[in-house]
Design a protein. Structure first.
Length: 343
């Protein structure tokens, strides 16, 4: 089912949580709402769900206005960060819950419920744990059960609010790959909230970058990463360096005086000798090893601007860099934005 978000605005007192937000989510897409804390992601998700009422604007499901319809009638499935499984019920009963509480006329038979729950447990790869209680599961398993429970009622839309937020990094990474595969199987239109750019880039068909109640950009992961619409998006999707009024002789030459050049840390090359005028002399200030990567902080000569470069360990070893050394930095890919924008 497609979702259209039309001019949604929401204030909390004098605070603008959503500022006339519009967005179309095609049927079957997996969309990430990505943004810093307080940018309005959860508020938008709750409005789509019908848990919150917008001050103005409409939400359409398959072209039909849902603004006035009750949460119950929207056929929305939810998964939240903190697993809200019923502690006193087994995994089986948790997943069956949405079906067993249906009024008698629409409730499936006992056998149908049994088949459906077991099918869902197989889908989330936990068929062997039907008899366990939530306290006997790991965090990742609980989230998969929460997802099976949300899917049991065959939602037309699945909404996930930081579903893996409370889990450790490794489980998170596993679960997001799993969610992607699951979505490829079931194709239910899904919207998930995250502040983790890696999660959004890896999982989503489309990323909606939010900031202060506005949508900064919506596009495929490649789009937003390769063609960020503004410095906010660029900065939110990776470490960047700013160069104010430097980098003469580079492609942005001749642009406005207030133009600022942005270069991602992994697009900064470090050279032993100066190749041409696009290299800037710099001193190595700090070296930090981060697993397979090495982050090198440098100070560009002539001003006090710090530049961060990210290199592979291999390249770092080849260069044999030492703290305090003089080298040259060359920005590989430069993006220029006129400075009327605050990150
Ligand atoms: N019921 C409420 N009453 C008052 N202010 C609220 C309410 N709900 C949200 N807000 C405020 O609206 C802003 C947006 O909140 P929201 O939860 O949508 O942000 P978010 O992008 O999901 O952030 P996070 O990643 O921290 O959950 C926040 O500043 C929050 O404090």
């Amino acid at each position: 089912m497609s979702i259209e978000i039309e001019n949604i605005a929401k204030q909390f007192g004098s605070f603008t949580a959503l500022n006339n937000v519009s967005l179309t989510i095609p049927s079957g897409e997996l969309v990430a709402l990505l943004g810093p804390s307080g940018s309005g992601k959860t508020t938008l998700l709750r409005i789509i769900a019908g848990l919150e009422t917008p001050d103005s604007g409409r939400i359409l499901f398959d072209g039909r206005d849902t603004t006035e319809s009750h949460v119950r009638d929207r056929k929305v499935g939810f998964v939240f960060q903190h697993y809200a499984l019923f502690k006193h019920m087994t995994v089986f009963d948790n997943v069956a819950f949405g079906l067993t509480v249906r009024p008698r006329e629409t409730r499936p038979s006992r056998q149908e419920i049994q088949d459906k729950v077991m099918e869902l447990l197989r889908l989330v790869q936990l068929a062997g744990l039907a008899g366990r209680y939530p306290s006997q599961l790991s965090g990742g398993q609980r989230q998969r059960i929460a997802l099976a429970r949300a899917l049991a009622v065959e939602p037309r839309v699945l909404l996930l609010d930081e579903p893996f937020g409370a889990l450790d990094a490794q489980v998170r990474a596993e679960l997001r790959r799993w969610l992607r595969r699951l979505h490829d199987e079931i194709h239910v239109t899904s919207v998930f909230v995250t502040h983790d750019q890696e999660e959004a880039l890896e999982v989503a068909d489309r990323i909606v970058v939010m900031n202060r109640g506005n949508i900064e950009q919506a596009g495929t992961p490649d789009d937003v990463y390769e063609h960020p619409a503004n410095p906010f998006v660029l900065n939110f999707l990776g470490n960047v360096n700013l160069f104010h009024g430097r980098l003469q002789g580079t492609p942005q030459q001749g642009r406005a005086d207030n133009a600022v050049s942005y270069v991602r840390s992994h697009d900064i090359e470090i050279e032993r000798g100066r190749q041409d005028s696009s290299s800037l002399p710099a001193t190595v200030r700090h070296i930090q090893k981060l697993g397979p990567q090495v982050r090198v902080t440098l100070v560009v000569e002539g001003n006090d601007e710090f530049v961060e470069a990210e290199l592979t360990r291999e390249l770092f070893r080849t260069l044999g860099l030492q703290q305090g050394e003089q080298v040259f930095v060359r920005p590989r890919q430069i993006r220029v934005f006129v400075e009327d924008y605050q990150i």
